[in-house]
Unconditional design. Structure first.
Ligand SMILES: *Cc1c(COP(=O)(O)O)cnc(C)c1O
Ligand code: SF4
Length: 346
């Protein structure tokens, strides 16, 4: 489903007026796998909130911006974002199988977005990577790189293969969750065709996204030799409560996906209804600590507007004291480190 009329014909957002203006402004996309997860009778359904357009998207606030994380400020050639010394983003496509309503690149993705790199642009992007020996890791994002056919992905990976200084290839994708049937053996083998260590960051925000088919896709990736990490966005009304967040992180770990990033929502236009305060985010990640296995702990990060990169937001458990540090435990009790009592007296 790619338009308001298709959505409404399928029973979503049926009595909502004014959505055409949203559809004119931002891309819409809901796959069959996602549609099956939405409860059309629940206006606050966390899956609907992520994918079904709302009129609130027409409201922008002064702090919101078209390029919230400053990709454009660090783009030396088309399709490359080189913000940190040792890694680049390679954005080969700007389309996705779904269009998340909170997307931080919503001004760039979609049918009216930046499109796919031309062959000449792709040549220039690969040449840039080959010329910059400090690039240790290439991160394929977009858009969603897994919308490419296995054949095109394989071609791309084979062009990275001879670049000696690139040791890691990482994909950021929502496909294993929203279009899991794409993850077949041909896809997995294409992802690994660079011969380099391959990581894939699975984007999921709610435990309901771990369906049986999605789990099969995760298993196929892991067993095919792809290391999995997670990324989620902290979203009001989707996962901004302890039980949902805990189930989400445990769901990742149960599927051999190591929780990696929990993103504070970016200041993308028309996403005010998703915003959670930093204090609330800090409180939630503090609650995860200790109550859940260490494997289930993501790093809570903010992408600082303007292209300054990501910084962890969690409150530090340690603070400088007169002698050494004061360190809080997971239950909130504070301890002196090193302890004041000599070892012999303990
Ligand atoms: C997020 C991001 C990366 C990857 O950062 P990690 O902390 O390594 O996951 C790299 N480049 C850009 C421009 C990014 O926005
Ligand atoms: S899959 Fe990623 S890039 Fe595509 S709409 Fe969702 S958040 Fe944006």
């Amino acid at each position: 489903m790619k338009s308001v009329s298709e959505l409404q014909a399928a029973g979503f957002a049926q009595n909502v007026t004014g959505l055409d203006a949203v559809g004119d402004k931002y891309a819409i996309g809901i796959t069959p796998a996602v549609a099956a997860l939405i409860d059309p009778n629940d206006p606050n359904d966390p899956m609907a909130r992520q994918f079904v357009p709302r009129v609130e998207e027409l409201t922008t606030t002064p702090e919101e911006r078209d390029d919230p994380i400053g990709d454009l400020a660090h783009s030396p050639v088309e399709g490359i974002v080189h913000r940190y010394p040792d890694r680049v983003l390679l954005k080969a496509v700007h389309v996705c199988p779904v269009y998340c309503r909170f997307c931080f690149r919503r001004e760039m993705v979609g049918p009216q977005g930046l499109g796919t790199l031309t062959p000449a642009e792709l040549d220039a992007a690969i040449a840039y990577i080959a010329e910059h020996e400090e690039i240790w890791e290439v991160i394929l994002t977009g858009g969603d790189p897994l919308v490419l056919s296995p054949r095109r992905l394989r071609d791309l990976m084979e062009r990275l293969a001879p670049i000696e200084h690139v040791k890691i290839v990482r994909f950021h994708t929502r496909v294993p969750v929203v279009e899991p049937e794409r993850v077949d053996d041909a896809m997995v083998s294409a992802l690994r065709a660079s011969g380099k260590t391959t990581y894939l960051a699975v984007h999921a925000n709610h435990p309901r996204e771990f369906t049986a088919v999605a789990k099969t896709a995760f298993a196929r990736l892991v067993e095919g030799g792809v290391a999995l990490v997670s990324q989620s966005v902290l979203l009001q009304g989707v996962n901004d409560d302890f039980d949902t967040l805990a189930a989400l992180m445990r769901g990742f770990v149960e599927n051999r996906i190591k929780p990696y990033y929990l993103h504070h929502p970016d200041l993308a236009p028309g996403t005010g209804h998703f915003r959670v305060s930093v204090e609330r985010g800090q409180e939630l990640v503090a609650q995860l600590r200790g109550r859940l296995s260490g494997l289930c702990q993501p790093t809570y990060v903010l992408d600082i507007p303007g292209g300054h990169g990501k910084s962890p937001l969690a409150n530090s458990m340690a603070q400088l004291a007169d002698q050494g540090h004061l360190v809080a435990d997971w239950q909130g009790n504070v301890h002196q480190y090193p302890p004041k009592t000599p070892n012999s007296e303990q």
